[in-house]
Design a protein around this ligand. Structure first.
Ligand code: M6R
Length: 365
């Protein structure tokens, strides 16, 4: 049931602190991630892994894109991420000792399942499913599994499934990193940051009235542009996907550095631009993009850390989020984007939980 919430989506957004805690439960040691969370054979397999292919669809694919930044940085393993419907029809070369990772809320997505079966024939080392539904086809057919523990997700627009996937992928990063000799201090720091994550997300949820106040600026618009850099580019993609699927506003996402290579031509006062720029380092790089947008009359919405130096001015609205460890910021910055789409959709009066033309589980190609 929806309880006191108007929609399942809103309820599921608000469940995130609890389900992220559930995703971490029993998987953290004092200073490192428990590798055996991935199964008894995980340690020996991880030791052999020399590359990773991540395959998924939609929101789950965006989680995989974030994980690439994490895995390459902390586990030092090359990572490829691809949508399942492309992967399965390509002449993929699977190098020796490749870990094949699928991400799926339902575990029944036809393309993801087909990609797993296809890659098996190409001889990967082992498959790992990060999934929310125990006993699903994907879980049954994979060598290793890690359940995301998000509980049933009813809203078609994925919210808590995504943030728990990201949490699970950070666990994978630290488990693989541990086996590959990642510095103990770095492991301990990230484990501590993970422990603080549910509380942080809780604080972000309290900003809901401020996010809601921004939503009116979008309700009459036909387009929106999301910008992010690094691991926040996939978060921009996910923000754009949420907005288009539930509010039917055409939204696109670009890595901020690509702005002047094309999309800037679209920017005018009718095109709100949303930028995810958690810290000063990212913000510095984004600042010139932001000016370019302003110079063309574009209205800017910036989600940033409370510690960054950025003043609100005419045409620039800044929403400040609590300070978060830079590595975990993609998880935290997802939340205000979910809330923004939600409020825009409510203002527009769309069917938030059952958007037109979409199904919760895509079991046909
Ligand atoms: O169940 P899965 O995670 O495999 O589903 C993949 C996509 O269909 C799904 O993430 C979809 O993009 C979301 N419902 C969008 O919010």
């Amino acid at each position: 049931s929806k309880g006191d919430y108007r929609h399942f989506m809103l309820k599921e957004i608000h469940e995130q602190p609890a389900v992220i805690a559930a995703a971490l439960e029993g998987r953290l040691g004092e200073q490192s991630v428990l590798v055996e969370s991935f199964g008894p054979e995980a340690e020996a397999l991880f030791d052999r892994v020399r590359q990773i292919h991540i395959v998924a669809c939609g929101t789950s694919y965006h989680a995989g894109m974030v994980a690439r930044y994490w895995l390459e940085r902390f586990a030092g393993v090359p990572v490829q991420v691809e949508v399942a419907s492309e992967y399965r029809y390509r002449q993929v070369v699977v190098p020796e000792d490749t870990l094949f990772v699928t991400l799926s809320q339902s575990g029944e997505t036809a393309d993801t399942l087909a990609a797993l079966r296809f890659a098996r024939e190409r001889g990967y080392l082992a498959s790992l499913a990060i999934c929310n539904v125990p006993g699903s086809s994907l879980v049954r057919e994979s060598d290793l599994t890690l359940m995301t523990q998000a509980g049933p997700e009813i809203g078609v627009a994925s919210t808590k499934a995504f943030t728990t996937q990201l949490t699970a992928l950070m666990l994978l990063t630290l488990a693989l990193g541990r086996v590959k000799g990642l510095d103990g201090g770095v492991q301990a720091e990230l484990v501590a940051a993970l422990r603080g994550l549910p509380g942080l997300v809780e604080r972000v949820l309290r900003l809901d009235p401020q996010v809601e106040a921004l939503s009116a600026a979008f309700a009459e618009k036909h387009h929106a542009l999301f910008l992010g850099r690094g691991a926040h580019f996939p978060i921009a993609l996910e923000g754009a996907l949420k907005l288009k699927e539930i509010s039917y506003i055409h939204a696109e996402a670009y890595p901020a550095g690509e702005l002047k290579h094309g999309p800037l031509a679209l920017v005018d006062s009718e095109m709100p631009v949303i930028s995810v720029a958690p810290n000063d380092e990212l913000l510095d790089k984004l600042k010139s993009n932001l000016q370019e947008v302003r110079a063309r009359g574009g209205e800017l919405f910036v989600f940033a850390d409370e510690q960054v130096k950025l003043e609100e001015e005419e045409g620039i609205r800044v929403l400040r989020l609590p300070h978060v460890h830079e590595v975990l910021a993609p998880i935290v910055y997802t939340v205000p984007l979910q809330l923004l789409s939600y409020h825009v959709a409510v203002l527009k009066g769309t069917d938030v939980d059952q958007p037109r033309n979409l199904a919760k589980s895509v079991t046909v190609e």
